[in-house]
Write a protein that binds this ligand. Structure first.
Ligand SMILES: NC(=O)c1ccc[n+]([C@@H]2O[C@H](COP(=O)([O-])OP(=O)(O)OC[C@H]3O[C@@H](n4cnc5c(N)ncnc54)[C@H](O)[C@@H]3O)[C@@H](O)[C@H]2O)c1
Length: 335
């Protein structure tokens, strides 16, 4: 039985506690938050769990083997570092850290300490994304041409990060998982309508050497919630709507052929509109699958799906996007 401590019991922490409680082979013994009210809530919901206002009571507890960190991103590095130094396995919330330097330092420390360091990229565990990965890996879409994602709603304005750092990690982690190459260049634009100057609407574009273009729209200022991704290949196109309860994925056998008539400099386009296939996707909570993968990785010493290499890549992309935002949307090479 792996004993777990959770640090951070704000909005997301309760979802982690509920899921870790239902995973076999582990037990959450203590939850920490700086706010007493949140701890009282944890105790009310799970009377057997211990509570504390001091992260040190989890980090220095010899009984605890693994720590889950669900605090704001600015504290991820220092808490994860302390946990690794105290020989704990660590699951840290997304994004892994606020710079690639911090993320790399955590990876080196985890390697040195031979501990699992994982990032909660929940969507990598969704059965819809798993299905999409299978379809892409089996070349069912043909040559991938674009990834176009919209992640907007009337969101919680964060005080330490902009909308890109809050929402885009989900899409970037999916891109890193699904597309087997690094982007060639990154460009971002956005705007802040608040006094703290953190962008509440932003658009991110990634271009790849193979010709793929990825575009991610993020907003905390939309009256409607949309979680929609189109992944287009030259054979088929996937429409992934994460808010759909049962028909999350639709595969369109739709495309076009272009022939150019050189002499007349005219494009001849023939369209193909075929069937739409809707695969059956079971309704499983991805967060539970993620929690299970963490425990499995600790026991087997195997790398989890949402491993720290993806964690670092996402932070690198966000960092470059941030530089682009601050330099009049310059297109910046990914290195
Ligand atoms: N995977 C997902 O889908 C998903 C969804 C939402 C949030 N998140 C991530 O979860 C993390 C937390 O987000 P949130 O929305 O729950 O934020 P939040 O502000 O609602 O909660 C954070 C909690 O951490 C506590 N805290 C801060 N510093 C602490 C410390 N040093 N020790 C103990 N407690 C501390 C705060 O008191 C607060 O209750 C972020 O990294 C966010 O990106 C992930």
């Amino acid at each position: 039985m792996i004993k777990i401590g959770i640090i951070g019991y704000g909005y997301w922490g309760p979802n982690l506690l509920r899921n870790f409680f239902s995973v076999n082979g582990c037990s959450v013994i203590k939850v920490c938050d700086l706010r007493k009210k949140r701890l009282e809530l944890a105790k009310k919901q799970f009377p057997s769990v211990g509570i504390t206002l001091q992260a040190g009571e989890i980090i220095n507890n010899d009984e605890i083997e693994a720590v889950v960190i669900a605090t704001p991103v600015s504290s991820h590095y220092s808490l994860a570092r302390r946990c690794l130094l105290a020989d704990k396995h660590v699951l840290v919330e997304k994004p892994m850290a606020k710079s690639s330097r911090e993320a790399s330092a955590l990876i080196s420390l985890a390697r040195k300490k031979e501990k699992i360091l994982m990032v909660d990229y929940t969507f990598l565990y969704s059965l819809a994304v798993r299905k999409i990965k299978k379809l892409i890996d089996r070349n069912e879409l043909g040559k991938i041409q674009y990834f176009d994602s919209t992640r907007i709603n009337l969101g919680l304005f964060q005080s330490d990060i902009n909308v890109l750092w809050d929402l885009a990690p989900h899409d970037i982690s999916m891109l890193c998982h699904l597309i087997h190459e690094n982007p060639r260049s990154i460009q971002a634009t956005g705007i802040s309508h608040t006094v703290n100057k953190l962008e509440n609407i932003a658009y991110l574009t990634l271009k790849y050497k193979s010709g793929i273009i990825a575009h991610i729209s993020c907003s905390w200022s939309s009256p409607v919630k949309i979680r929609m991704t189109l992944i287009g290949g030259d054979k088929k196109i996937i429409r992934y709507d994460d808010l759909e309860p049962t028909e999350k994925i639709k595969i369109y056998d739709t495309g076009y052929n272009i022939r150019s008539e050189e002499k007349k400099r005219k494009l001849l386009v023939s369209y193909r509109v075929g069937d739409i296939y809707i695969p059956k996707i079971d309704n499983q909570e991805p967060l539970k699958e993620m929690a299970e993968d963490f425990i499995k990785s600790i026991k087997s010493h195997n790398e989890p799906i949402a491993n720290c290499k993806i964690g670092l890549k996402v932070v690198k992309i966000l960092e470059i996007a941030q530089r682009s935002l601050k330099s009049k949307s310059k297109e910046i090479p990914y290195q």
